[in-house]
Structure formats: C-alpha cells, structure tokens
Design a protein around this ligand. Structure first.
Ligand SMILES: O=c1[nH]cnc2c1ncn2[C@@H]1O[C@H](CO)[C@@H](O)[C@H]1O
Ligand SMILES: [Zn+2]
Length: 385
C-alpha cells in the first residue's frame, strides 16, 4: 500500500516544480559561469583564473570551499569585477530572475552592494536602476517561458566600509520602486553591526525593513547586537543561534535567553546550508542546525546565498535536506510559507502569495500520487506501479 509518507517524499522533479521562496541570494554570487566569461571578454577584464566556463565554475566552487568566510569572499572580486557597466548589470539581473524562475522560485529577494559597482563610472542610482531593469526583463522572459516569479532587491552595505547610511538612504529612495529592504554583508569578525547603527536607526525612523548578516562566521554576540542594538527584522544566516540551545542526553532541549527570544518573536533565520558547509559554519548536511531548528519550530527558511560559489540552487538545497532529514512536501511547504511570511513586501501581497500560489502549488504536487495508477485498465497493474 502506498503510504502517505512515501507519497509525500518529493522526487527531484517535484522539488523543482514546487513553489519556493528565496530571501537570501547575492546577485554577485549567482552569475552563470559563461556570463562571467562573456562579460570579462567584453570589458577587457584579464584577471579571471579560467576562461572556459566549466573550468571557471569549478574554480569558484573550489576556491570558495576554504572553510573560512574571508577566503570565500575573495572569490567575489571576479564577479564584481565584471559587473561595472549598465549592460552587465542588466544582463546579470535578468539571468538571475530567469534562472530562479526556471528552478521553481516564485518569490525572491536578491541582494547586492551598489557601492561595489561604481568603478566604471556609474552612480549609485544608475546601478540600482540597471539591476531593477534587469529583474523586470528577467521576470518577463520567465513569463514567456511559462514561469511566474517576482523579484525584489535588497541593497547591501559592506560592513568594513563606511557608506551604510548613504546606502540606507538609497534603499529608502527606491522603496516601492523595486527595492524592498536593506542588508549589511562582508567579513563578520571584527566588524560588528553596531558600526552602522546610524543606518539602522535611520531605516527604523522611516518604517523601512532590514536584515543583517549575523551569526555566520561569528557567534551569539553578533546575533544579539543585530537584534537588540540594531533592530534587525531578520537574520542573514543566524545559524549560530544553535550555540544557545542545549540538547541533553535524554533528548530534552533547553533554550537560552537569546534563542528563546529569537523563537518567541518569530525572528526569521535565512539559513543557507551549502554556503555554511563551505565557510565552516557546519560540518555536513545531516549535522546542519536546520534539522533541530525546524523541529523546534524556529522561523527557519532555506536559501542559496551564492549559487555560483556553492554550485547550488533552491532545488539543490532542498534535495540535500530531503536526503539528510527525510523532509516531505509538507516540510517544503512549511519552509516556503515561513519564508513568504518573512518577506519584506506588504502583508496583503504576502498573504496572497501564500494562499493563491504556494498552498495551491503544494496541493497540486501532493495530489499527484492519486492519479498515478489510473492509466491502465488491464487489471494487471499492482498498487506499487
Ligand atoms: O555569506 C556571506 N556572508 C557575508 N558576506 C557575503 C556572503 N556572501 C556574499 N557576501 C558579500 O556580499 C556582497 C554583496 O552581495 C558580496 O560582494 C560579498 O562580498
Ligand atoms: Zn549572504
């Protein structure tokens, strides 16, 4: 007899078709290798370590697989290096939207740091407008291809730099014009989020939204500052909240004050399993804290972080989790609804995405097994068929 649980264990093809929501993806970490090669040629950028797309893809993956966030971040010099013109930004953003849509992502917030794209003479505003233009192009091309996706931009400020207030003001100016929030990223150790308090306080006064990379390469103090000093709406990674959770031998679990706060206040965790394996924040998929955090009903979400450096996609992340934790379509739906609830777009739009797109999408997939055996009328087909 086909049990409900086997019926619900998603096949790779179902994982891809399932409606997915992505909150943490870097524009400059998701280029197609072939596009990096093309753009480098066009721009006369001669520092690429490889010029064959397959070899270059492998290079990014291996170079990022260093066990340290700082070394991982060095690989971005080559993607940022070829994203310095309006045309390059439009192309990269359009392909990003297209690739996510083809992978079954229905809503994505994609982030990048405008201050890193000024070397070719663009202004901050021109950078934002080029990326927005690319996302709109990509959404249109995806629709022509039979996929529906909405992409919002998050503007990132680099935590080692001193432009956070300026970027926060930029995010506020382009609010309702394609930009849905703000973030800070870059090396975490030595650069606490409180360096950028002025930016966060400004955004709070403007009733705007922001997330902060925290609890990835550095532990609880970083998460605590991001929430209690800076007032972050979400945590980029936040995976180290696990350090404040004690699992005893008898299986009982005790949450410290900070972990309790994060769970009680439903603070969204933008978890990125593959990225964590590369930077050393987790040892394997089965040991990744997402398993425990999901069991304990934290507001956990699944994300890609950098699809190029981690050679991944949303479907790939879920495939790893299905294998590691036996997740079903119900689990996938739970993560997707969690992510949609935590998005920075207005409440009514989030609700409509959940009720009119995500839940019907999973209902459709979950009912497929009911119709699988009805094709034959010979009577010889068993229930396992
Ligand atoms: O996982 C991460 N942790 C911290 N910073 C990151 C991560 N991934 C990318 N970036 C940084 O964010 C910039 C803007 O997108 C990238 O250029 C990279 O330096
Ligand atoms: Zn990130």
């Amino acid at each position: 007899m086909t049990s409900q649980s086997t019926a619900n264990t998603p096949a790779a093809d179902q994982i891809r078709r399932a409606p997915k929501v992505l909150l943490h993806d870097h524009l400059d970490g998701g280029l197609r290798p072939g596009t990096v090669v093309d753009l480098a040629r066009e721009a006369g950028y001669s520092s690429l370590p490889e010029t064959d797309p397959d070899k270059l893809g492998l290079w990014f993956r291996e170079a990022a697989d260093s066990g340290s966030l700082e070394r991982y971040l060095e690989t971005f010099s080559h993607t940022v290096g070829v994203m310095q013109t309006r045309d390059a930004l439009v192309r990269v953003a359009a392909e990003c939207a297209e690739d996510l849509a083809a992978d079954g992502v229905v809503y994505a917030e994609v982030r990048y740091a405008p201050e890193q794209h000024l070397e070719g003479g663009l202004t901050l505003e021109e950078v934002v407008e080029a990326v927005n233009e690319g996302f709109r192009q990509g959404e249109r091309r995806a629709r022509e291809d039979g996929h529906r996706i909405r992409v919002g931009a998050l503007l990132t400020a680099m935590r080692h730099a001193a432009r956070a207030l300026e970027i926060a003001e930029l995010a506020n100016r382009y609010r309702d014009l394609g930009v849905v929030g703000f973030d800070i990223a870059g090396a975490e150790a030595g650069y606490p989020p409180t360096r950028h308090l002025d930016a966060f306080e400004y955004l709070k006064r403007e009733n705007n939204h922001f997330t902060i990379h925290a609890g990835e390469a550095f532990g609880l103090p970083s998460i605590w500052q991001a929430l209690q000093w800076c007032g972050a709406d979400r945590l980029g990674h936040g995976v180290r909240i696990i350090d404040d959770i004690q699992v005893r031998d008898d299986g009982t679990v005790e949450l410290g004050r900070l972990a309790s706060y994060v769970r009680d206040k439903r603070i969204p965790l933008e978890l990125c399993p593959s990225s964590n394996l590369q930077t050393g924040a987790a040892a394997s998929y089965t040991e990744h804290p997402i398993g425990l955090l999901r069991r304990l009903h934290f507001r956990a979400t699944v994300n890609t972080d950098n699809r190029l450096m981690s050679h991944t996609s949303m479907s790939q992340e879920f495939e790893h989790l299905v294998e590691a934790f036996g997740y079903t379509l119900d689990d996938m739906q739970w993560f997707s609804v969690n992510a949609m609830k935590s998005a920075f777009i207005p409440f009514d739009e989030r609700l409509a995405m959940i009720n009119d797109v995500i839940k019907p999408g999973y209902a459709e997939l979950k009912s497929e097994w009911l119709f699988r055996q009805t094709a034959s009328t010979s009577g010889s087909v068993g229930l396992e068929g």
